[in-house]
Design a protein around this ligand. Sequence first.
Ligand SMILES: [Zn+2]
Length: 199
Amino acid sequence: MNSRQDRVWTRVMVTGLPLFLILGVAVIFATRTTLSEENSADKIAQDLSPAQESLKPVVKPEKEWKSLLTEEQFHVTRKKGTERAFTGRYWDNKRNGIYQCICCGLPLFDSTTKFKSGTGWPSFWEPFQQQHVLLEEDRSLFFSVRTEVKCRRCDAHLGHVFEDGPEPTGLRYCINSAALDFKFRRKKSDRRSGKQGSP
Ligand SMILES: [Zn+2]
């Protein structure tokens, strides 16, 4: 190898090798993340044990919720906040799975009841189980009475329900992404057969 070839080879090694390594690490990391997400989601979706669905109240002091949640999750769920439309993680999520409470993990909504509402918030026409959510009159806006939707188990504020949803219920559960934790499900659910549609 003459010195010119030597220099070219050195340059290839210096510039190419780190790039190759970075790409390699990125690919491995991406694959591992996807696999672990799918595996854990599969597990959760396949065996929703009675313990997971138990409605025994989950009560924690505010300080603890603060340490467990992001600032936005805390603001939405524990302080009845609302995330800005079209900014959340799930308004446009079309994957098959279950949306759990970000605070306590209780299954709240199934992707088969999610529909495109155009509002910028995840919208569902039915909860996962009616008894998993709590509905309360909300008069916080002086010009209207709304129905607040809360997690039955930990009292987290989730959003509101309106009567302008699609069939079969005619309801629109307008929920903050920040209140939800989506768990991917590999198989199509057979416990629901909801149609997609606009309100
Ligand atoms: Zn909860």
